[in-house]
Design a protein around this ligand. Structure first.
Ligand SMILES: [Zn+2]
Length: 331
């Protein structure tokens, strides 16, 4: 066994709205220890940060890696971030405000820590180890409760001066359309997120147009998860299939518009909905994106489903920490 006191190990952390995960990686990014826990929205930031550190320590014990052996840590976070200073300004789902995550984690674990947007970390993970490996420009789109986006451009996470960018969920695809959670009308998220799909599906079930969904998930929007939608389509609920395909088309149109600006060579689609129905999503997004993108952009663009699932964020965050510590020597 390698000397686990030598500085060759990296921590990836995924701080999600409902769950968190800590994984310790070796120098080849093989996972040596991994721990998950629920995120408790109501426990307050101080207790929450203590649990982050505790979870990392538990993963270290599983991996047999001491603090002395940690080279760096990357943490994928939701909300509004100051990326360089590593401050979480606001995470509405967690109820956290102005948390100096970088400082706190560096002090606790005695290694450099990097705060990354969670979707960016996931896309970086797919770019380094998954479906978008070695792309020149990888665009990631993750439809879930909202619709997250991220872009890796020439081995860098595309970002603003202090904050993250690629809010593809708030591209307008339907002027005057439904109200979005952000307060604007007709955003992609307002017509294609899982929340919108589930609400439309619940209505169809209530109207008697989706008997299989009605029997399986009922009409409770919160209970209509990706699996229930996929099972209903499988069983023959055509109304549900139309709703999901229409949502995927909207995502494709937005992807095509972004393609005209960035010319991604790989577009990765991920998240629970895509995992439950990869073929349907890839098909519809590809068709709509190819219609919206200029032919020269569409020609060089591959659209694929993500490969790493939930592990993309921890792997991407850890790899980004290493890239930040060691500079751009990788390429
Ligand atoms: Zn919006």
């Amino acid at each position: 066994m390698a000397d686990k006191d030598e500085k060759t190990f990296w921590v990836g952390f995924d701080l999600g709205g409902t769950k968190m995960q800590a994984t310790i990686f070796d120098a080849e990014f093989r996972p040596l220890g991994s721990k998950r826990a629920k995120t408790k929205g109501n426990e307050g930031a101080e207790a929450g940060v203590d649990r982050i550190i505790k979870l990392i320590n538990e993963a270290q014990v599983e991996a047999g890696v001491t603090d002395k052996a940690l080279s760096g840590l990357g943490i994928g976070c939701p909300g509004i971030l100051d990326l360089d200073r590593g401050i979480m300004h606001l995470a509405p789902n967690l109820g956290w405000e102005n948390i100096k995550l970088k400082d706190i984690l560096e002090k606790a674990l005695k290694c450099p820590a990097y705060v990354v947007n969670d979707v960016d970390a996931g896309v970086y993970g797919e770019y380094r180890f998954g479906a978008a490996r070695d792309a020149h420009c990888a665009l990631g789109v993750f439809p879930g409760t909202g619709i997250g986006g991220g872009c890796i451009y020439e081995d860098r996470i595309l970002r603003g001066k202090t904050n993250s960018c690629m809010e593809i969920g708030h591209i307008q695809v339907m002027p005057g359309g439904p109200l979005c959670g952000c307060g604007r009308h007709g955003c992609l998220e307002a017509v294609a997120s899982r929340l919108f799909i589930a609400a439309s599906a619940a209505m169809a079930a209530y109207r008697g147009q989706a008997p299989h969904l009605l029997a399986d998930g009922g009409t409770d929007v919160a209970a209509i998860r990706s699996g229930a939608l996929s099972r209903a389509i499988e069983a023959g609920d055509e109304a549900i299939e139309r709703i999901v395909r229409q949502a995927a088309k909207h995502i494709g149109t937005a992807v095509g518009s972004v393609a005209n600006l960035l010319a991604p060579d790989i577009v990765v689609l991920g998240g629970g909905l895509v995992e439950a129905m990869p073929k349907l999503f890839v098909e519809e997004v590809r068709e709509a994106a190819e219609k919206q993108a200029l032919p020269s952009m569409a020609a060089g663009m591959k659209i694929v489903a993500a490969k790493l699932g939930d592990d993309a964020t921890v792997a991407g965050a850890a790899a980004w920490a290493r890239r930040s510590v060691e500079g751009n020597g990788r390429k």
